[in-house]
Each structure stands twice: as C-alpha cells, then as structure tokens.
Design a protein around this ligand. Sequence first.
Ligand code: ADP
Ligand code: ADP
Length: 216
Amino acid sequence: MRLIFLGPPGAGKGTQARILERRFGARQISTGDILRENRARGTALGKEAEGYMKRGELVPDALIIAMIERELDSSRDGFIMDGFPRTVAQAEAFDALLARKQWPLDAVVLFDADRKTLVDRLSSRWTNPRNGRTYNTFSNPPRVAGVDDDDGGALVQREDDKPETVSKRLDVYDEQTKPLVAYYRTTGKLAEIDALQSVDDVAHQLAHAIGLEHAH
Ligand code: ADP
Ligand code: ADP
C-alpha cells in the first residue's frame, strides 16, 4: 500500500499509521520522527532543522525532499507518508519521484478536525522519544502515567507542543499545507475522514476509505 496521510498536527495521523503498520505491515514514514532522530544524533540535517522545528516553522523543502528520496530506497513494499508532503513544492517533487519509480499512490487520506480539538489533543499529548509513539492524558493514557506501555521508558511532552508553538504550527498548516487538499483532489485519490471520532472509529473509517475493511 502506498498512502499519504494529510491533515493538521494533532489530527491523529501518527496514531492511525501505527495501527495500519501493526495490522498490515505497512511502513510508516514520519518526517517529524526522522527529523527528531537526526536532532538527537546531532547530524548535519538535525542541526539545520532544529531552529525551524523549535519555532514551529517548516524545514526547507530541499532538505525534506532529499530525506524522502533516501527513505524511498527502502520503501519497495509500500509506505504511509505521515507529515509529508507539507507544501506544493514537496508534493510536486514527490510526484516526480514516484513517476520515475512507477509507483502510483493508492490514496491520499485527509484527516479533518477543528482547531480547538487539535489544540486540546496536542497540549495533552505525550510522546515516546525513542520510537515516536504517542499517548494522550485524556483519550489514550499509558497504563502508568509518564511511562511507555511497551518499553517502560519515560514519555515526554514535545517542546513544540506548548501552546504558542502549537498555534504557530496550525497557522503554518493553513497557509502552506492546506493547498494540498485542492492539489490532491484533482487526482481523484483524495479520501476524507472525520478525525473527531474515537481512535477505533477513525480506524474503521480509514479501513473503509482505503478498501481494507474485509482484510482482517
Ligand atoms: P498527528 O500525528 O496527526 O500529529 P497524533 O497521532 O500524534 O497526531 O495524535 C495527537 C494526539 O491526539 C495524541 O495525544 C493522540 O494520543 C491523540 N489522539 C489521536 N487520535 C485520537 C482520537 N481519534 N481521539 C482522541 N484523541 C486522539
Ligand atoms: P505533527 O505530527 O505534530 O504534525 P511532526 O512531527 O510531523 O508534527 O513535525 C514536527 C516538525 O518537523 C514540524 O513543525 C516541522 O518543523 C518539521 N517537519 C516535519 N515534516 C516536515 C515536512 N514535510 N516539511 C517541512 N517540515 C517538516
């Protein structure tokens, strides 16, 4: 399966990508997770990206496109793009890469949610920095507060999930990423889902949207 998950920060893209990964062996590619890993390892890419990420701005297209090109080398069996593309320039570059490989997309899934819900979800999000898995104080708490269910390590609140940065990131989404909705609508592959529903409900909508409802 070759999917793009499109939608604002906090809509639940990462949560659903992990569910598909577990159920169907799809491979989630989260550009945010890859960038955070690079920052943690102190790579050149990580250092270049840091300032933009702290401010809630987008990392320059050229860096992101080069990163995705490397990731595609190990995506022969498919991918779920989570958080990419985020600009029209990224989408155009991605189209060209996929065309060259003759890898057509199956669907672009748009996660739709209102701003208040997104702010609430992000301010109560807890993340496992080792693998990017997220929890939520209210809707999806870990068994023990502050501790990952699986690896037993500490969960953190991302610095860009604090209110000022969240507001900036949502503005950046509206200005730079929302135009992708029209861009992908013209391909006839855009499927919209209501991301306000529970995690299970959204998972059902998603399975239906991508034709997997009978696969399990
Ligand atoms: P994204 O990857 O789109 O930024 P996440 O998957 O990290 O979003 O989810 C954002 C926050 O909302 C997390 O704390 C997550 O546990 C929680 N969450 C995800 N999906 C839902 C849902 N359907 N209902 C309530 N909370 C959710
Ligand atoms: P969320 O899941 O909450 O939307 P991400 O983890 O996807 O957040 O992204 C965190 C930050 O990483 C973004 O605010 C941005 O600075 C950077 N980033 C991630 N993906 C991209 C991308 N495709 N283009 C530019 N910047 C990106």
